[in-house]
Design a protein around this ligand. Structure first.
Ligand code: GLP
Length: 236
């Protein structure tokens, strides 16, 4: 695991965006593992710009998103909608190449990913409780795609995407920690101070079921991107 420290989230987005552009130039049919939330937005901004500048095309690549809510109250709250708004509609992504976990496909999602040759590059944000995807504390390190209840702290953090906390879903479907670990390369972004405790757990270097992201300590190719303020605070 390698820590990479930048002054601000845009620099993180530029670095990861460039990694993805380079990957798609090498392999236009690459399989991307995509994440929602605020953390990856600068990456998607970089990719939209690179597409506009004709540096890259997404038409032959594939994507598997990490997670999706169960019973979101309106379509705009789905992660599929989020991805259309923030990436797919801004580039030439073929929507038939995009995948999201659902009740219908959850038992075959891991096999589907494997049948495409596996995820080449997986983007991750991180929850304040250390969750990745929606793998909350105490999720088994070898879990596959599954349904999960959401922690109250996760619902509170995500209530900003809904009209109220009451309306915020209680459950989601997520790639498991074992699913994520199959990715060939992983980039995790922690760019705001709510993530300091989760980053502290990674810096400690011990796998801990209470901090799901610590599973990544065993991954052969993971980069952890943090802002300087997060890094300094986590090292105190
Ligand atoms: C949600 C998503 C996670 C994401 C996390 C952090 O819970 N399921 O995949 O990493 O939020 O989001 P943000 O980047 O907005 O802080």
């Amino acid at each position: 695991m390698k820590f990479i420290v930048y002054d601000n989230p845009k620099q993180i987005g530029d670095h990861i965006g460039k990694e993805i552009v380079d990957l798609l130039k090498r392999n236009p049919k690459a399989v991307l593992g995509l994440a929602t939330g605020s953390s990856p937005l600068p990456v998607y901004d970089y990719l939209a710009k690179a597409y506009k500048a004709k540096e890259v095309s997404f038409k032959d690549c594939y994507s598997f998103n990490l997670d999706e809510y169960i019973n979101p109250p309106f379509e705009e709250a789905t992660y599929r909608y989020f991805m259309k708004e923030n990436l797919f509609s801004r580039v030439d992504m073929d929507l038939s190449h995009t995948h999201f976990p659902s009740f219908e496909n959850m038992d075959t999602y891991d096999d589907e990913i494997a049948s495409m040759g596996g995820v080449d590059l997986q983007i991750l944000g991180i929850g304040r409780d250390g969750h990745i995807g929606f793998n909350e504390p105490n999720t088994s390190f070898d879990s596959k795609t599954h349904t999960t209840p959401l922690e109250e702290s996760t619902r509170i953090a995500n209530a900003r995407f809904f009209h109220s906390l009451e309306e915020t879903p209680h459950e989601a479907i997520t790639m498991g920690l074992g699913t994520i670990m199959q990715s060939k390369h992983i980039v995790l972004i922690a760019s705001d101070l709510t993530k300091v405790d989760a980053i502290k757990a990674l810096l400690k270097g011990e796998k801990d079921l209470q901090w799901p992201a610590t599973v990544l300590l065993d991954h052969p190719s993971t980069e952890i991107f943090v802002t300087k303020e997060v890094f300094d605070e986590a090292n105190k």
